[in-house]
Design a protein around this ligand. Structure first.
Ligand code: NAD
Length: 483
């Protein structure tokens, strides 16, 4: 393994330990369908050990550490992270097949997320509250305790940064459980926390199966909060499992983002964003514009542009820096995407291009699928309603603002939306009416550490990033003193 990280142990209480009731198993490279390395996974007893370590750290050194020292450690970690972008990108790409140019671009930003949250660690003051003259009231803010961070396979390190950055800045300790399909990069992350000198138990990393390790983390009485990114069905299971312990939850869930192209838009720019967003991460990201809503006067032109641009996407081995799009991250996802191609056809949508598994030399054993475009899609078709998580764009024609808004809001999801128009009044009108946690106007998927991210409706609860991203990890205490 060229990256220098070890993956055959769990990181618990500041030590690399063998699993108690888990084991070590191969992680599959989705570009070849073959194992690329052996990775440790934990069971319920390993999670118990990690929670015990996190609890001891929370009640001990981490709680006693002044916030500016916490911030300094987090900054040191962020600086180390920045030196390891290439190695981390390689690990993540081996695990989930994301084109390495994308992995590098994304992971190259993460250090700044950690830095930004570090800069907030010693500024978490409360406020004073006006009462009558004989009473002084004020609030203070306190970390919630041990956090269970549960992450998905599409963006393991990004999801970890969005959770660990604010959790650690707030003074919480963490047990990170990455998805079973992509466990390695989170163990690489543990190396950097160790090297930065975090007290033992502040960050623990235990890969493992969702229904075993994940479920134990959720039901554990010493876990104060679950910060989860993944599917809605899993979120519902977590909510029920955490009911007895009243475990706080934030959920970043799926999406079916509408990308709305009005006829008066700068079409070149809109198309760059719309096509790029249709196939980024091989379609495996929650905020991609998987529904492309196009105003009728430019509909034919947009459909033709999607066809032409799909042909130019370089699908290939993800570790090759020239590759635009790698494989689907695992076989089940490949099967899911192909099944939606059949569904789209059966529903009467027009398959403009793509739709098949790629079987050319060198790619046939991996989980590669062609960039796919359906046109003539109706808002109520399943391919326009359900999250496919593959490189499948569904182009839906519309007439006017009202229809655009009505189609945009017609799914159970409400994570993100994009709209392109040169009419500022329309931009504000439509943005205000769209049910989504984020709306981009004349840009798409541009986010930073400072911008709150999260969904409404079935896309989740709570926000990550921004000042709001700290709230889920803090409790407010109100003190009222009679003088
Ligand atoms: P998933 O729900 O299958 O798994 C997510 C995590 O939950 C994994 O770590 C898994 O092991 C764990 N898990 C599974 N069952 C569990 C249980 N019973 N108890 C506790 N943990 C359990 O999701 P996925 O397939 O890994 O990820 C894809 C989904 O994530 C998509 O729906 C995507 O839209 C969503 N996502 C959302 C965002 C966002 O910010 N809104 C970002 C990335 C991905």
């Amino acid at each position: 393994m060229s990256t220098g990280f070890r993956f055959d142990r769990l990181f618990i209480g500041g030590a690399w330990v063998a699993p108690i009731d888990g084991g070590v198993r191969p992680s599959i490279d989705p570009a070849t369908g073959q194992p690329w390395g052996d990775v440790a996974y934990g069971g319920a007893r390993d999670i118990d050990a990690a929670v015990a370590a996190a609890k001891a750290a929370f009640e001990g050194p981490w709680r006693r550490m002044p916030p500016w020292e916490r911030a300094a450690l987090l900054r040191k970690f962020a600086d180390l992270y920045a030196t390891q972008v290439g190695a981390l990108a390689e690990v993540e790409t081996r695990d989930n097949g994301r084109a390495v140019r994308e992995s590098r671009g994304d992971i190259g930003l993460h250090a700044q997320y950690y830095h930004w949250f570090a800069s907030l660690a010693d500024k978490l003051g409360g406020r004073t509250i006006p009462m009558d003259d004989s009473v002084h009231a004020f609030t203070t803010r306190h970390p919630v305790g041990v956090v269970g961070a549960i992450t998905p396979w599409n963006v393991p390190l990004m999801a970890a940064a969005w959770k660990l950055g604010p959790a650690l800045a707030a003074g919480c300790t963490v047990v990170l459980k990455p998805a079973e399909q992509t466990p390695a990069s989170s163990l690489a992350l543990a190396h950097l926390f160790e090297e930065a000198g975090f007290p033992p138990g502040v960050v623990n990393v235990v890969p493992g199966d969702g229904p075993v390790a994940g479920a134990r983390l959720v039901e554990h009485p010493d876990v104060a909060k679950i910060s989860f990114t993944g599917e809605g069905t899993t979120a519902k299971t977590i909510l029920k499992a955490g009911a007895d312990t009243l475990t706080r939850c934030t959920f970043e869930l799926g999406g079916k983002a509408p990308h709305i192209l009005f006829a008066d838009a700068d079409l070149d720019q809109a198309l760059n964003a719309a096509t790029g967003s249709a196939w980024a991460l091989c379609g495996q990201s929650c905020a991609l514009g998987s529904r492309v809503l196009v105003e009728r006067p430019v509909y034919d032109k947009v459909v033709e542009a999607f066809r032409a641009r799909a042909a130019r996407v370089r699908v290939g081995i993800p570790l090759d820096p020239a590759t635009h799009m790698g494989p689907q991250a695992h076989q089940q996802q490949l099967e899911k995407t192909l099944s939606y191609v059949s569904i789209g056809r059966a529903e009467g949508a027009e398959l403009i291009t793509g739709g098949a598994r790629i079987d050319r030399d060198g790619l046939a054993d991996g989980y590669f699928v062609e960039p796919t475009v359906f046109a003539g899609v109706s808002a109520n078709m399943r391919i326009a309603q359900e999250e496919i998580f593959g490189p499948v764009a569904a182009i839906i024609p519309f007439d006017g603002e009202d229809e655009a808004v009505s189609i945009a809001n017609s799914t159970p999801y409400g994570l993100a939306a994009g709209l392109w128009t040169r009419d500022t009044g329309r931009a504000h009108r439509v943005a205000a009416r769209i049910e989504a946690g984020m709306v981009w106007v004349n840009t798409y998927r541009y986010i930073r550490w400072s911008t709150p991210y999260g969904g409404v409706k079935a896309s989740g609860w709570g926000r990550e990033n921004g000042i709001e991203g700290l709230d889920p990890f803090l409790e407010t205490k109100t003190t009222i003193v009679s003088t």
